[in-house]
Each structure stands twice: as structure tokens, then as C-alpha cells.
Design a protein around this ligand. Structure first.
Ligand code: ATP
Ligand code: SKM
Ligand code: MG
Length: 165
């Protein structure tokens, strides 16, 4: 089973996941990116087909990715799927958390369809999902006040130590 990154929007799953994959010399898969490659921009999928449809194609992307020997970064809401929840019980799950204060500077661009209301939406959604992230996590790291490189190095070392045990 792969190493899987979960956590709220803009916690750093894509950026840190990619660095960890490089550090471990394994492929990197970002399920949002796979969806965009197959179906076009996520904002357009939400606008055209709705969130329910997005969650169906997201589950397909996650199901495929979890069968790969890779570091896998999931979209922030992928853990809502119950099949994904049970799959993750057998995976190494890295939960990246971030505070509201720290994430504010990262939310530029407005490309996330669920954040039309900005930081208020981010906080509301995170509060609903937080128990799920916590329940699925093998390890949790707070990314709020640390550089991406230091967090990625810590995760690479942690994975290597686990593999040596
Ligand atoms: N530790 C960090 N310190 C400062 N900025 C960070 C940190 N981690 C990520 N960022 C910045 O926050 C933004 C979001 O990061 P990233 O795309 O990796 O988040 P994500 O968890 O994949 O979000 P999404 O759920 O939307 O895919 C990027 O601009 C990134 O450079
Ligand atoms: O948290 C979410 O529900 C989402 C997060 C992003 O990664 C994308 O998967 C999409 O914008 C939905
Ligand atoms: Mg991402």
C-alpha cells in the first residue's frame, strides 16, 4: 500500500507529497491532477456536473491510485468516501494540518470551487472533516509555521525508519 497524504485544502498535500516521493525515489500521484487530466479543471466539473458527480470520479481516481506503489496526495474531500476510509485503514496515512491564520496566505487564486466564501468556508469545511482526518491518520504534522522542505525531510526520515523496523 502507498503512502497517502490527507488534510484540508492548502495544507500542502501536493507540494509536500511530491517532495516526499522524490526523497523516497517512488512515483508521485496527485488524484486532483489525474482528474484534471481526464476531465478538465475541477471548478468546471463542479459547475457542469455538480459535487456528487465529482465525488464519483474522485473515488475512481483514488481507487486506482491506492493500488500503485507510490506516494499519493488526495484531494481534501476524498476522505468523505466510505470505501476510501476503509482502504486507508491499511495504508500509511500522513495527515497535514494547518491553522486558519497560516492558511489564509495560501488561499490565493480562487480556483477551489468549495471556497467561494473564502476562509469562512475553509474553516467550516475543515471543522466538519477534522475528526475523519484524525481517525485515519498514522501520523499528523502541523504545516503552519514550517518550510515545505523541512516537513518533507521529516516525513522521508520517518518512513525510512518505519521501513527499517
Ligand atoms: N509549509 C508551508 N509553508 C508555506 N506555504 C505552504 C506550505 N505548504 C504549502 N504551502 C503553499 O500553500 C499552497 C497550497 O499548497 P498545496 O497545493 O500543496 O496544498 P494542498 O493540500 O494540495 O491543497 P488542495 O487540497 O487544494 O489540493 C501552495 O501555494 C504552497 O506553496
Ligand atoms: O476539500 C475538497 O472538497 C476539495 C479539495 C480539492 O483538493 C479538490 O479535490 C476539490 O476542490 C474539492
Ligand atoms: Mg493538492
Amino acid at each position: 500500500m502507498p503512502i497517502v497524504f490527507i488534510g484540508p485544502m492548502a495544507a500542502g498535500k501536493t507540494k509536500i507529497g511530491r517532495r516526499v516521493a522524490r526523497g523516497l525515489n517512488v512515483p508521485f500521484i496527485d488524484t486532483d491532477k489525474r482528474i484534471v487530466e481526464s476531465y478538465g479543471p475541477i471548478g468546471e466539473i463542479f459547475a457542469r456536473e455538480g459535487e456528487e458527480y465529482f465525488r464519483i470520479i474522485e473515488r475512481e481516481a483514488v481507487d486506482w491510485a491506492l493500488g500503485e506503489p507510490a506516494v499519493v496526495s488526495l484531494g481534501g474531500g476524498a476522505v468523505l468516501n466510505v470505501d476510501t476510509q476503509s482502504d486507508l485503514e491499511n495504508a500509511t496515512v500522513v495527515y497535514l494540518s494547518v491553522t486558519t491564520a497560516a492558511v489564509q496566505a495560501r488561499l490565493g487564486g480562487g480556483r477551489r470551487p468549495l471556497l467561494a466564501g473564502g476562509i469562512t468556508d475553509w474553516e467550516r469545511i475543515y471543522n466538519v472533516r477534522r475528526p475523519t482526518y484524525e481517525a485515519l491518520a498514522t501520523i499528523c504534522l502541523d504545516t503552519s509555521n514550517r518550510p515545505i522542505s523541512g516537513i518533507a525531510d521529516e516525513i522521508v526520515n520517518w518512513v525510512q525508519e518505519r521501513n527499517d523496523e
